[in-house]
Write a protein that binds this ligand. Structure first.
Ligand code: AMP
Ligand code: ZN
Ligand code: FE
Ligand code: FE
Length: 269
């Protein structure tokens, strides 16, 4: 079954600009039929997404994007798992994210920046806090000239990764937990892991051993060559293909417009 889908989106439950209900409207307008809400490390927006999506005739898949410890931007997408089976663990991740904001504040202090946490909290509103919220506050205070600079100079650096080491679940745990909860797993935006071909293949092979189902081959930032390489890798390891926009709203990520990509999804829905 081929459906128009966007399987990677963020709402105000994490670092997205729009509420799940607003996102449902935008997805519908974009012309997708299948939609997964994949907030960072939580499913707090999924109930609202399901209700709003259903009212608009969308097929909504329960999703989550987990940050794994192995590499700074190694993200694991989980789909269609039992919420009850995962909820306690997701709650513990939420606690971890809350502790993390103090570590990020302290890290930025070592770089000579005093970022007020109350403003970071306000930026995240009720959603879980992530680096983009810090970037917004740093920008507002003139500590950086652009959001990109906040990441390039501070939040997406080897130093930052060192500070985070050991604080997140391993990729193995992420994959195995989603699988144990009856879900499907895709490797998010492989380009962002910044591995050469051989290392990426090793990683995919290892994750496949834990139960990985798919690779997110289609992603706005992937070049045609990269996409072709990921499709080839998926084929070689008998993995399915997913795709998504990683839409966060224009404010946070203007270069990630919503997608309505044709995907074969019999294995997922
Ligand atoms: P976190 O959940 O705190 O690890 O933050 C993840 C978010 O930060 C994702 O939405 C990423 O797109 C964003 N992000 C990560 N690296 C960068 C970067 N170099 N430039 C802009 N955004 C980034
Ligand atoms: Zn994000
Ligand atoms: Fe991600
Ligand atoms: Fe994402």
């Amino acid at each position: 079954m081929v459906c128009k889908a966007d399987l990677h989106t963020h709402s105000t439950a994490s670092d997205g600009q729009y509420s799940p209900a607003e996102l449902a409207e935008l997805i519908k307008k974009r012309g997708a039929e299948v939609w997964a809400l994949t907030d960072h490390d939580n499913i707090d927006g999924v109930a609202e997404a399901k209700a709003a999506g259903k009212a608009l005739g969308l097929r909504v898949i329960q999703g989550v994007e987990l940050s794994a410890d192995d590499y700074l931007n190694l993200h694991i997408l989980g789909y269609g798992f039992s919420a009850a089976a995962l909820q306690d663990w997701l709650n513990s991740l939420k606690g971890g994210r809350n502790d993390r904001k103090y570590r990020i504040r302290d890290f930025l202090r070592t770089k000579g920046l005093e970022v007020p946490l109350d403003e970071v909290d306000a930026e995240a509103a009720d959603g879980s806090i992530g680096r983009p919220h810090f970037a917004m506050v740093m920008l507002r205070h003139g500590m950086v000239a652009t959001r990109k600079e906040a990441f390039d100079k501070y939040l997406d650096t080897p130093d930052f990764q060192e500070m985070e080491k050991g604080m997140k679940p391993s990729a193995q745990e992420c994959v195995e937990r989603i699988k144990a909860a009856g879900g499907k797993v895709s490797l998010a935006h492989p380009y962002q892991i910044v591995l050469n071909g051989e290392s990426l293949e090793k990683l995919v092979c290892r994750l496949k051993g834990y139960g990985l189902d798919a690779i997110e081959c289609y992603y706005p930032i992937h070049t045609l060559e990269e996409t072709a390489g990921y499709l080839k890798l998926a084929k070689k390891y008998d993995l399915r293909v997913t795709g998504g926009s990683d839409f966060h709203g224009e404010k946070h990520k203007p270069d990630h417009p919503l997608a309505a990509r044709e995907l074969a999804l019999d294995w997922l829905i």
